[in-house]
Ligand binder design. Structure first.
Ligand code: PAF
Length: 287
């Protein structure tokens, strides 16, 4: 059955809509997205609707989180398809502001988390997280959610948003939902649409290298240099792959680790270009 979704295009209307929900004592779950939705996003919607009375999905391709030579202008967009997919879920409203609505001509304010933004993704996309934390703060202020749901595929982004939400006392519960994968293991991403048929197959090297790391850890390897070097071997066999990094970090601080310890949790993080498409993936390891 299709659900009627309210489309909201201005921040003032969004705030008014949320205020009305709150006067009815309804809790609000926000799922921030850049659109071109897939099963991964829809799983975030399900997580939000499990926790809250009302669900708002934001669709905004945020210019400030793209570097100069990145894919902002060609980032895939299909609003009608997104609404069609969301109308099959329990979604009350879609917040769909224009770039001008969010960033006025005289816009001057940015939100920056200082430490966990510097490494890994931060080394390759220096301005990215500043754009993410700025837009997420704006969305929090417009939607005023009780709960916000993010995907674990962007594990560093999720950790940064948690840090920011605590530091700035937003009073919002941040939920991080598991990665949703295609049947063959490729992590779902709006950017997968850029991959050619051959690249789509080559992209499986990310999942395969994570599987090989998990096997090494299961068989007792604790030295991260050895684990990473074992993983890297798989990339040299894939001609379209240009590995940017593999890092093993502590789950919360994103500090890189040399030896894995019992009782701790770690992320194995990968960023790799397949042809011209930059993909990221990760595995959360609890020992
Ligand atoms: O993960 C994303 O899609 C974006 O970074 C987010 C959180 C919607 C902010 O633009």
């Amino acid at each position: 059955m299709k659900n009627q979704i309210k489309i909201i295009e201005t921040c003032a209307q969004m705030r008014e809509y949320s205020l009305n929900l709150k006067t009815e004592n309804k809790t609000i779950g926000l799922v921030p997205t850049m659109g071109y939705l897939h099963e991964g996003h829809l799983s975030l919607v399900d997580a939000a609707s499990e926790k809250c009375d009302a669900v708002v999905v934001s669709i905004f391709v945020n210019p400030t989180q793209f570097g100069k030579n990145e894919d902002f202008s060609k980032y895939p967009r299909n609003f009608e398809r997104d609404i069609e997919l969301l109308s099959q879920k329990k979604v009350d409203a879609v917040f769909f502001p224009s770039a001008k609505e969010i960033y006025s001509e005289n816009y001057q304010t940015y939100v920056e988390v200082e430490e966990i933004t510097k490494k890994q993704e931060g080394e390759f996309r220096p301005e990215h997280f500043k754009g993410v934390t700025t837009i997420v703060s704006i969305l929090f202020n417009c939607v005023k959610p009780d709960v916000a749901v993010f995907g674990r595929k962007d594990a560093q982004q999720a950790a940064i948003i948690k840090r920011m939400t605590d530091d700035l006392q937003f009073g919002i519960k941040v939920i991080v939902a598991p990665i949703i994968r295609e049947i063959d293991g490729l992590a779902m991403s709006s950017r997968n649409v850029y991959l050619s048929g051959k690249e789509r197959k080559d992209a499986l090297v990310l999942r395969k290298s994570l599987d090989s790391a998990v096997k090494m850890i299961e068989s007792g390897e604790r030295n991260t240099k050895k684990i990473i070097s074992g993983m890297k071997g798989l990339y040299s066999k894939v001609d379209s792959a240009e590995l940017q990094y593999i890092r093993i970090v502590e789950e919360k601080s994103f500090q890189e680790i040399e030896i894995l310890d019992k009782g701790n949790s770690y992320y194995i993080l990968i960023a790799c270009k397949i042809g011209a498409t930059r993909l990221i993936d990760n595995e959360l390891i609890g020992l």
